[in-house]
Ligand binder design. Structure first.
Ligand code: ADP
Ligand code: MG
Length: 365
């Protein structure tokens, strides 16, 4: 008789700490209320059969091998990674149903990898620990789909807990829970700017190369190891200096943001968000007019802080808005976008929600 199991894991958004991951630095994501769910059932053969409710497609794979560029790889690739690592995973039906918006920078990919590894772990009683679950989910993206993403997304999806942000050290891969409970009079707004990530791939590689070049010239293993911005004056190249300055100051801002959250100092937290945005705009040069406009509209509506989140060149803006100014903000950002002929933005709100491991514990309770 066939057995079944379920895995559920959310999308994520990074509160602060952008382009710090590949510099061995710090990031600070929260889990979102949009979740991916995978229902897994054993089969009598060795095939992996994957379906997506959103796409209305079902794919049967008999011989798994790394396959970039296919949606089903985010699900079936998990089985491939587990088998590569010596786990006894037989044939399996994997039914995916996800609410996480695709490609909006909220990490729909990590949510479905995380939900899949939780479901398969339960179905075959693998007993993987929190580190291994995250490692398998990340390896799915890196090794099956050949996408060189960093360590944040899958750990955020799995490890985040309700009412907390996750401080992740991208060198040690240690996660620390930091309180993130907004008072009623403050709301965290997410603005989807609906701007495509034009040129993002080449620019991303160029930023990575600059950071590694700067670290080499400064004689450190990674820019994470530079804590005094004055040390950057040794960089003769003005562009390299600006790129490195973003990373060094951004790492410091993440740690300052953690201190602000621990003190429930929301004004300070908001100011750090806005400073992070200015650094991405002026030093890292990864913002575009639509995201800059959303930040300006938020601040003009009385937001305590606002910043682009994600890799850049479009995507989502986060704003910490007084709850009684939320309506004004939505109206203002829509009007400001219309005045500049930008596509209308969409605004939603979120709190810090449970990640996949906490959701599993709740399901079992
Ligand atoms: P992000 O993770 O920021 O949402 P990615 O490009 O990393 O964007 O991942 C999006 C990809 O994940 C989609 O192109 C698709 O291949 C896959 N995906 C996400 N959600 C689903 C879904 N519900 N059904 C099928 N594939 C999905
Ligand atoms: Mg992704």
């Amino acid at each position: 008789m066939s057995r079944s199991a379920v895995g559920v894991s959310p999308g994520r958004v990074n509160l602060i700490g952008e382009h710090t991951d590949y510099n061995d630095g710090f990031v600070l994501p929260i889990g979102l209320r949009w979740q991916a769910r995978v229902d897994a059932a054993t089969r009598s053969d060795d095939a992996v059969v994957v379906s997506s409710s959103q796409l209305g497609e079902t794919i049967r794979v008999d011989d798994l091998s790394p396959t970039p560029g296919q949606w089903w790889g985010y699900v079936a690739g998990v089985v491939w990674v587990l088998r590569q690592r010596g786990h006894a995973v037989g044939g399996v039906d994997l039914r995916l149903d996800s609410q996480v918006p695709l490609g909006g920078g909220l990490s729909s990919s990590a949510a479905i990898e995380a939900a899949t590894v939780l479901a398969v772990d339960a179905l075959f009683s693998l007993g993987l620990d929190a580190d291994e679950l995250a490692s398998v989910a990340q390896a799915t993206e890196n090794d099956f789909l050949a996408i060189p993403t960093g360590p944040m997304d899958q750990r955020a999806s799995l490890w985040c807990t309700a009412g907390h942000a996750l401080l992740l050290d991208c060198r040690s891969l240690q996660g620390t829970q930091v309180p993130f409970e907004l008072p009623d009079d403050l709301t965290l707004a997410l603005v989807d700017t609906h701007s495509p990530h034009v040129l993002a791939d080449g620019a991303y590689g160029e930023r990575r190369t600059s950071c590694h070049a700067a670290a080499e010239r400064l004689g450190v293993r990674a820019l994470r190891d530079v804590t005094d911005p004055a040390a950057l004056e040794g960089l003769a190249d003005a562009v390299l200096l600006r790129r490195a300055r973003h990373v060094v100051t951004e790492n410091a801002r993440v740690l300052d943001a953690v201190a602000a959250l621990e003190a429930a100092d929301w004004a300070r937290f908001g100011a750090l968000m806005t400073a992070s945005h200015a650094s991405m705009r002026d030093d890292y040069e990864i913002t575009v007019p639509t995201v800059d406009q959303a930040v300006d509209s938020a601040l003009a509506s009385g937001a305590l802080g606002a910043r682009m989140t994600g890799g850049g060149f479009g995507g989502t803006v986060l704003a910490l808005v007084p709850t009684d100014a939320l309506e004004d903000f939505v109206r203002r950002v829509s009007d400001d976008y219309a005045a500049r002929d930008f596509d209308p933005p969409s605004v939603s709100t979120t709190a810090a929600e449970a990640g996949g491991l906490e959701l599993r514990a709740r399901l079992r309770a």
